[in-house]
Design a protein. Structure first.
Length: 254
């Protein structure tokens, strides 16, 4: 019998930002699946608690959350970065698969933000289908991303008039900044914009832990505010053991 595997985007963490479609699906499945990273990163227990708060707010029936220990990823900056991530994804897919075998019924994977934006859930679900051990039908429920909330909090438009926007990562920022002038940067634990050779030419709109009670916002010319951003980011990570941030970077700041 085919089971339902719904990947539900919950938004950045504020229960008010969960879509009506997500709420409907959460009330239809038998249980919820969430990756558990607390063994390697104890502070991330907050992320599970925030998901529980969303479920308590929106699910009108008795609900059950099943945690899946998340395999550790090689973070030593291997030469074959893509290969290392694919190996990690395979290990995660096997863990998800075993959890589905141990827990019959339809499930919803509780995904931060939107499953289609810098999240591996869709790839993992497709790999489970390819492996063929569990018969599942994958459903994707979009959610509000931190990028959209960042723009709303700062009151800015992500694109310039008639211009493109580059969605990139800290790993690619210096390369992309050589040819681009309007970028959203994600997954940048090193705040790579500090290494740009011409910081006075850029304006930044930064946000951390968006949609949570510990939200942080800073905007201004990069050369003037980057030290403040780094200090706030460092304090936030030290306080909770984790921080999730993103920023819009625009040359000229128009």
């Amino acid at each position: 019998m085919t089971r339902r595997l719904a990947l539900v985007g919950l938004g950045p963490g504020d229960p008010d930002l969960v879509t009506a479609q997500a709420v409907r699906v959460l009330n239809e499945v038998d249980y919820f699946l969430v990756a558990d990273k607390t063994e390697q990163h104890p502070g991330t227990a907050d992320l599970i608690a925030m998901r529980e708060a969303i479920c308590a707010r929106h699910v009108r029936k008795k609900w059950r959350l099943v945690t899946v220990p998340d395999p550790e990823r090689d973070r030593t900056d291997p030469a074959d970065y893509t290969g290392a991530v694919r190996t990690w994804h395979e290990a995660r897919a096997v863990c998800w698969e075993q959890t589905l075998l141990d827990n019959p019924g339809d499930t919803a994977v509780l995904v931060w933000g939107d499953p289609a934006l810098y999240d591996s859930s869709i790839r993992l679900a497709h790999r489970i289908v390819e492996r063929g051990v569990v018969d599942v039908e994958v459903e994707i429920v979009p959610g509000l991303s931190s990028v959209q909330l960042l723009a709303a909090r700062h009151g800015v438009v992500l694109n310039t008039i008639g211009g493109p926007i580059t969605l990139t990562t800290g790993r690619r920022l210096l390369e992309d900044a050589a040819s681009g002038d309007n970028m959203v940067v994600m997954l940048d634990g090193a705040l790579t914009c500090r290494r740009l050779p011409d910081p006075a030419e850029w304006r930044i709109w930064w946000g951390a832990n968006l949609g949570s009670a510990h939200e942080q916002l800073v905007a201004g010319h990069l050369d003037r505010v980057v030290d403040d951003i780094w200090a706030r980011r460092t304090i936030a990570k030290r306080a909770r053991g984790w921080v999730m941030d993103t920023y819009l970077l625009r040359r000229g700041g128009v």
